[in-house]
Design a binder for this molecule. Structure first.
Ligand SMILES: NC(=O)c1ccc[n+]([C@@H]2O[C@H](COP(=O)([O-])OP(=O)(O)OC[C@H]3O[C@@H](n4cnc5c(N)ncnc54)[C@H](OP(=O)(O)O)[C@@H]3O)[C@@H](O)[C@H]2O)c1
Length: 332
């Protein structure tokens, strides 16, 4: 084993179902990496609704997992040690990775096949929040084979998954209409997406935004603008994806069997490449010191995140900063 040092680590874990305040910080000496593993010092880690559902018991997949349980699936960091048989990654490499759970930690040991190199042009905040949202966004576009002939509607278009999905769809040449609250109209326009407010009259609003083009595909991230809306727009059933479909995609991306891990890593590689070439920009509108993990989840729970909420394990300062949302909410 080649190693830099043997650090004391911490991880956020929980021993019962509940809100984010069941998460408690545990300190432990990090063991060295096992064969085929690397040790990673986490710089940034994303938070996602799916880990909330797993933590509060709404999502019952893996209900038999032992306690205590870890939290978090996305991370980016620096390799501090490599285990036996690992030749493709060196100590000191910047990496982006995925785990089913346990990313909300200062350090973690992971199989080397769960990390990919972090390009220099992808900042740590983006890298930390990339996996589940990015891979989900990409998976759904691939599944629908979105391309230049499409006029695609995406709901919750300014959120974590939606904001990546709409930009990638546009990058593939599709015309994209995104639903959002009116305060996000400017944001969506800035990233080249036609915004439409969700709620009453949505079919008419989308038709107007489409300017005579037929809507060919519809992705409902949020779970409210459902199949009825897609049907009223004339979208064929096979080109509609529901929030339940998204759930299936996310669960598949978190599975631990070798094929699923290999698939997840391949998606991570693809989304990292797309971030690196500027096919999308991930807006991190909430960057919290990892110690403020409860507050970060409360922010996510408000359901009005613009882009991603990310935890920073090594923030430059722990001083509170006003987030974009708070600025908006404090305006008269
Ligand atoms: N079915 C599942 O298992 C599953 C899995 C993961 C996520 N989800 C759900 O999918 C949603 C989006 O996920 P995310 O990760 O992108 O979340 P996120 O980053 O928290 O974004 C939430 C987005 O939802 C939008 N929104 C709020 N109220 C809405 C409404 N009534 N109708 C349409 N959009 C609305 C917000 O738009 P504005 O700020 O512009 O209002 C915001 O952009 C979340 O509600 C989440 O719970 C479901």
């Amino acid at each position: 084993m080649r190693t830099k040092k043997s650090p004391t680590a911490f991880a956020y874990r929980y021993t019962r179902y509940g809100d984010a305040d069941v998460l408690a910080r545990h300190s432990f000496p990090l063991p060295g990496p096992g064969p085929d593993e690397v040790s990673v010092e986490v710089i940034a880690a994303g938070i996602n609704h799916m880990e909330v559902f797993l933590r509060n018991g709404r999502e019952e997949t893996w209900a038999d997992d032992p306690w205590p349980r870890g939290s978090g699936s996305d991370f980016a960091g620096i390799v501090t040690a490599v285990g036996e048989n690992v030749s493709s990654i060196r100590v000191g490499a910047d990496v982006i990775g995925h785990v089913r759970t346990g990313a909300h930690a200062s350090h973690l040991n992971v199989p080397a096949d769960r990390v990919v190199p972090k390009p220099g042009g992808v900042d740590w905040e983006t890298a930390g929040g990339l996996y589940l949202a990015g891979a989900t966004a990409l998976e759904m576009l691939e599944d629908l084979r979105i391309g230049p002939d499409d006029t695609l509607v995406v709901t919750a278009a300014a959120g974590g998954v939606g904001s990546i999905q709409v930009q990638l769809a546009a990058h593939r040449g599709a015309r994209v209409i995104g639903t959002c609250g009116s305060r996000n109209f400017d944001y969506l326009r800035q990233i080249g997406i036609t915004p439409v407010e969700y709620g009453l009259g949505i079919v008419e609003h989308i038709e107007k935004a489409a300017r005579g083009a037929r809507v060919t595909a519809y992705i409902d991230n949020f779970g409210k603008e459902t199949e009825d809306v897609a049907g009223a727009l004339g979208v064929p059933a096979e080109r509609y994806r529901s929030s339940e479909d998204r759930r299936e995609v996310e669960l598949a991306l978190l599975r631990d069997d070798p094929d699923s891990v290999a698939h997840g890593t391949e998606r991570l590689r693809q989304i990292t490449r797309l971030a690196g070439i500027g096919a999308f920009r991930l807006l991190v509108s909430g960057l919290y010191p990892i110690e403020d993990i409860v507050e970060a989840y409360e922010d996510l729970h408000k359901l009005h995140s613009r882009g991603k909420v990310v935890l920073a394990a090594h923030p430059v300062t722990t001083a509170r900063t006003l987030r974009a949302r708070e600025l908006h909410e404090s305006m008269p």
